[in-house]
Structures are given as structure tokens and as C-alpha cells.
Design a protein around this ligand. Structure first.
Ligand SMILES: NC(=O)c1ccc[n+]([C@@H]2O[C@H](COP(=O)([O-])OP(=O)(O)OC[C@H]3O[C@@H](n4cnc5c(N)ncnc54)[C@H](O)[C@@H]3O)[C@@H](O)[C@H]2O)c1
Length: 268
């Protein structure tokens, strides 16, 4: 048995680029019809067009209920139903609790967490109409740990894991499995933008490589592979799970810096 999504319909948010773009390509390659949702219409159209006739673009801001409802209803009508939701759209903003403005807090929580709630709320009736389906959310290693100066982002990603578990429990008996992936640093436009905030972006990118036990950042398609697995029948007994896709970032006690510090923890 290989992973296939023939005759399945997948809705993917934040699908114009990065992890969402790679996920849309992966599902299309595995036979699915794909509905790509994003607020960046120009990039979205390019990504959808490159995927051919089984892909359609729906411009939508995931933090706005009316837009999400409209996009998902349109996708279900155009493709005849929905089997899989991948809730991926997200933004990164930096700040401590004191330095984060109320506006930025709301922007991050409304995109990363409310966006997942809204996409699930409007996709679930369509999944249930098919007798079940799968939802995969994109969390982060910051769903279970914190990086400094990222209060809103860390809170939002912890929330994504919480909502994953709540949905998994509420819909298990109706044959809807809900899981999330927790990526480490992945080489996407978001990560490149974050690095560009530093006076020495190259140094940031090299630090990102070193944070992982595997010694490198991840590629968007490596996260897409994990998402496809969780959405597929291969994961038929997996629900409420958080799958680290982090190149071993969360393995070393004290982080890779401690491993490299010259203490007895350094590998000989
Ligand atoms: N890149 C990483 O290192 C990394 C690590 C862990 C988790 N993540 C998570 O993976 C997901 C994808 O990240 P990425 O790195 O591919 O980001 P990206 O910025 O490269 O792509 C994100 C996409 O989401 C879209 N988007 C943002 N806000 C939106 C909104 N309100 N409505 C609709 N679309 C919106 C953007 O237009 C963009 O196309 C995010 O949830 C992010 O938090 C990324």
C-alpha cells in the first residue's frame, strides 16, 4: 500500500508558498484535488496554476470568519466535498509580553489560532458529510517549548496543540482524526524574513542549521511528507498526536549549544 489521495479533496490554508505550497504540491502529486486558500492572491494564483486542473485558488484571510466560510463552501461546491483540511497559515511576530502591542497580539492569535478554529469549524460539516476525514494543523516546536522574545507566537502555537487535542476528542467517534505537526526551523519565506530582521542574516541561518541534531534546517517538502502521512490511511489509528518534524531539535537536554560547549556532553 502506498499513500494516495485519489478522489480525495484537500483544503490547505496558507498554500501560496512555504510549507503550505509544498503541501499543496504533495497532495496534488498523490492524486488529490486541492483547494488552495491564502490571502496573497498573486502568489496563490501562481502556485495553483502550476498544479494544473485539479487545483483551485481561493483568496481568503483565515482570521475572518465570513471569508473562511465563503472559501470553504466554494471549495466544497467546486470539488463535490472535502476529505482533508490542512490548517497551515501562520505568521511570526517578535516581542515580549511588555513589548508586544495589543494589536500584534491579536494579529498573531487571530491568524495562527483563530484561523485554525475557523477553518475547522467550516470544514468539519463537509468532512462529516463524507463519513469522516482528517485534519492536520501546523504547530511548531514552539507548541511545546518557547524561544525568547516571541510571546504571542509561542502562545498561539501552544493553542494550536490544545485545539488539535480538543478537536481530536470531540470528533473521534465521527471518524475524523485530528493531528498536528511540530516543525523545527524550515527554510521558507517566513524564515528568510525572520533572518532578514537581524543585521547578519547569514549568521542567523547558520545558527538555525546548528539548532538541529541533524545539523541543518528542514525543507518545506519534509514537513509536507509528514502532513500527508497524518492525513492518510497509514495513520488510521493516530489522532490527537503531535509529530515533531524537527531534525532532532528537541532531543538534546540543554540544546545543541550545550552539546557543542566543550563540556563532557560533546561527542568525541
Ligand atoms: N518556517 C519555519 O521555520 C516554521 C517552523 C515551525 C512552524 N512553522 C509554521 O508553518 C506554517 C507555515 O509557515 P511558513 O514558514 O511556510 O510561512 P510562509 O510565510 O513562508 O508562508 C505562509 C503562508 O501563509 C499565508 N498567510 C499568512 N497569514 C494569512 C492569513 N491571515 N490568511 C491567509 N493566509 C495567510 C501567507 O500569505 C503565506 O503564503 C505557519 O503556521 C508557521 O507558523 C514554520
Amino acid at each position: 500500500m502506498s499513500i494516495r489521495f485519489d478522489r480525495k479533496v484537500a483544503v490547505i490554508t496558507g498554500a501560496a508558498m512555504g510549507i503550505g505550497g509544498a503541501t499543496a504540491r504533495k497532495f496534488a502529486e498523490l492524486g488529490a484535488s486541492v483547494a488552495l486558500l491564502d490571502r496573497d492572491t498573486a502568489e496563490l494564483e501562481k502556485t495553483a496554476t502550476a498544479l494544473g486542473k485539479n487545483a483551485r485558488a481561493y483568496t481568503c484571510d483565515v482570521s475572518k470568519g465570513e471569508q473562511v466560510e465563503h472559501a470553504i463552501t466554494s471549495a466544497a461546491r467546486d470539488f463535490g466535498g472535502i476529505d482533508v483540511l490542512v490548517s497551515n497559515a501562520g505568521i511570526q511576530r517578535y516581542g515580549t509580553a511588555a513589548s508586544t502591542s495589543e494589536e500584534t497580539w491579536d494579529e498573531v492569535l487571530e491568524t495562527n489560532l483563530k484561523g485554525f478554529f475557523l477553518a475547522s469549524k467550516y470544514a468539519l460539516p463537509h468532512l462529516l458529510a463524507r463519513g469522516g476525514g482528517a485534519i492536520v494543523a501546523v504547530g511548531s516546536v514552539q507548541s511545546i517549548a518557547a524561544l525568547g522574545n516571541a510571546a504571542a507566537y509561542v502562545a498561539s502555537k501552544h493553542g494550536v496543540l490544545g485545539l488539535t487535542r480538543a478537536l481530536a476528542l470531540d470528533y473521534a467517534r465521527q471518524n475524523v482524526r485530528v493531528n498536528c505537526v511540530l516543525p523545527g526551523a524550515i527554510d521558507t519565506p517566513m524564515l528568510r524574513w525572520a533572518a532578514s530582521l537581524d543585521p547578519d542574516p547569514q549568521h542567523v541561518l547558520e545558527s538555525c542549521d546548528r539548532m538541529h541534531a541533524l545539523g541543518r534546517m528542514g525543507r518545506p517538502e519534509e514537513v509536507a511528507n509528514a502532513i500527508a502521512f497524518l492525513a492518510s490511511d497509514w495513520a488510521s489509528f493516530v489522532t490527537g498526536a503531535a509529530l515533531l518534524v524537527d531534525g532532532g531539535m528537541m532531543v538534546p537536554a540543554g540544546g545543541m549549544g550545550f552539546q557543542e560547549s566543550g563540556t563532557g556532553a560533546r561527542a568525541k
